[in-house]
Ligand binder design. Structure first.
Ligand SMILES: NC(=O)c1ccc[n+]([C@@H]2O[C@H](COP(=O)([O-])OP(=O)(O)OC[C@H]3O[C@@H](n4cnc5c(N)ncnc54)[C@H](O)[C@@H]3O)[C@@H](O)[C@H]2O)c1
Length: 457
């Protein structure tokens, strides 16, 4: 009856009711599907029910859901602790821990339980879908359905296909994602898919920049928020994701590509070894023991001027210059660039004066790209390289970062706004200074700079 509308998917299963699984259950139930939610024991299944009741209860309190709708939503979900409860579902999304042996075990067992025409999907962030599919006798009905955290909020769903996946299965899963109100991006099985490959390489670079000591953690993060318009700085975001997870994805990317840009930085490895994993352990790049970390207020003599430009001029001193970034979305970043002869007093004065004028000051050593461009330009270059490799379209690359990582605009949209020529020049300056192969501009970027052709039409 409703087959056409739902692509044949009415009844779904979710295995693993942790951070992701619990959110995915909610997404399905909200969209009106009936859900069988499974965890390893009756207690864990009950814990899963608790997550759903609390999460939907909050929405009732905020007036976003009526009590009757909450009740109907909860009635659509059955909780179980045996995979056999999934015998009659059309599709299962697996969200158990990121370990191949666990995924293999689940997929092998599910294969013998679910109907022959059922689809098996994994929420894996970094494991090979092809390898997961090999645990079943139905690899053509196995796909990735990669939700982002928090699943009820973030719109991106990466639908991962393997060389064996049936085209009709891809269509069903993409249609289902749309029915859930999500933005599906269909890509082939490749380490990191789109969003994590780009995001984690960017975080790794930010950590390496911090490791040089050229910039403080607060300033590095401020360059990303004020200068690029990102919702949070890379060190804050790494702490939120968990440094162990960031390292794990770096390991996977590096093993697949041998690209030094995604190798886990030494500092990251040391922090993971020391158990400083970020928010979840109370300490990562920042200390969360006493709540959210605070940015120290600048101290120093305050100079005023009529315009930011006049202030920047007034603050120039031996070894100190101020670069204003008025083209950033918030137009507020001011980089205080310090040469070898800069005096602490001049830098403190510049910082205090710029902050008093409503700008966001960031202090950096005098290196190519300073802080903001050193973060942004390699990030957009990686996006162009991905496009050039034929892995994903410009639109999909941008959707991955906006719908999956909360970017205010896609990396290629940003690039168009900034101009390929400027990005190219910045990358060339950084390459000349560091000799780093990862900073070499993509040939496609060179072409766009030469022709003036935008990446997004
Ligand atoms: N956490 C994230 O930000 C995030 C984002 C996207 C994708 N992912 C991926 O989602 C998957 C799950 O991650 P998570 O963070 O939700 O993990 P989690 O540890 O929070 O939850 C895993 C759940 O699986 C259950 N489980 C373990 N073995 C099981 C079994 N044999 N049968 C049934 N349930 C079992 C656990 O009890 C737990 O409830 C991983 O593949 C991860 O890479 C995570």
């Amino acid at each position: 009856m409703s087959d056409e509308r739902t692509s044949g998917i009415d009844r779904v299963g979710v295995v693993g009711l942790g951070t992701m699984g619990a959110g995915i259950v909610e997404v399905f139930a909200r969209a009106g599907l009936s859900v069988v939610a499974v965890d390893g024991t009756p207690e864990l299944a009950e814990r899963g029910r608790g997550f759903l009741e609390r999460s939907t209860g909050k929405q009732v309190q905020r007036g976003r859901l009526s009590e009757a709708d909450q009740q109907a939503l909860l009635e659509r979900v059955t909780f179980a602790h045996e995979l056999t409860a999934l015998a009659d579902v059309d599709l299962v999304v697996e969200a158990v821990p990121e370990r191949m042996e666990i995924k293999h075990d689940i997929f092998g067992t599910l294969d013998g339980i679910v109907r022959d025409d059922a689809i098996l999907a994994s929420n894996t962030s970094s494991l090979s879908l092809t390898e997961i599919a090999a645990a079943t006798a139905r690899p053509e009905r196995v796909v990735g359905m990669h939700f982002f955290n928090p699943a009820p909020v973030l719109k991106l769903v990466e639908v991962i296909t393997t060389i064996l996946t049936d085209e009709a299965v891809v269509t069903s899963v993409r249609d289902l994602a749309e029915r859930l109100g999500k933005k599906p991006v269909v890509v082939r099985d490749r380490a990191g898919f789109v969003a994590n490959a780009l995001l984690i390489a960017y975080l790794a670079r930010a950590i390496r920049t911090y490791e040089t000591g050229h910039v403080t953690r607060e300033d590095l993060d401020a360059a990303a928020t004020a200068g690029i318009g990102l919702p949070m700085g890379p060190l804050t975001l790494s702490d939120l994701i968990g440094l162990d997870v960031v390292k794990e994805v770096c390991d996977v990317l590096y093993a697949a590509t041998h690209d030094p840009a995604s190798a886990p930085p030494a500092l990251l490895q040391q922090m993971v070894a020391a158990g400083r994993l970020g928010r979840k352990t109370g300490r990562g790049f920042y200390d969360y023991a006493d709540g959210a970390p605070e940015t120290p207020a600048p101290e120093g003599e305050v100079v005023t001027a009529d315009t930011p430009e006049a202030l920047a001029q007034a603050l120039a001193a031996d070894g100190v210059r101020v670069e204003l970034h008025t083209e950033s979305p918030k137009g507020r970043l001011a980089e205080i660039v310090c040469g070898a002869t800069a005096s602490e007093a001049d830098v403190a004065k510049a910082r205090a004066s710029l902050a008093a004028a409503g700008l966001v000051p960031v202090v950096s050593r005098d290196r190519a790209g300073r802080v903001r461009d050193a973060l942004l330009l390699p990030h957009v270059n990686e996006a162009v390289k991905m496009l050039d490799s034929g892995y994903a379209s410009a639109e999909d690359i941008d959707t991955a970062m906006t719908a999956g990582c909360g970017y205010p605009e896609g990396l290629l949209q940003m690039l168009d706004r900034w101009g390929a020529q400027r990005v190219l020049e910045g990358l060339r300056e950084m390459t000349a200074e560091t000799g780093e192969p990862a900073l070499h501009p993509s040939p496609l970027l060179v072409e766009h700079a030469a022709t003036g052709r935008p990446f997004r039409g």
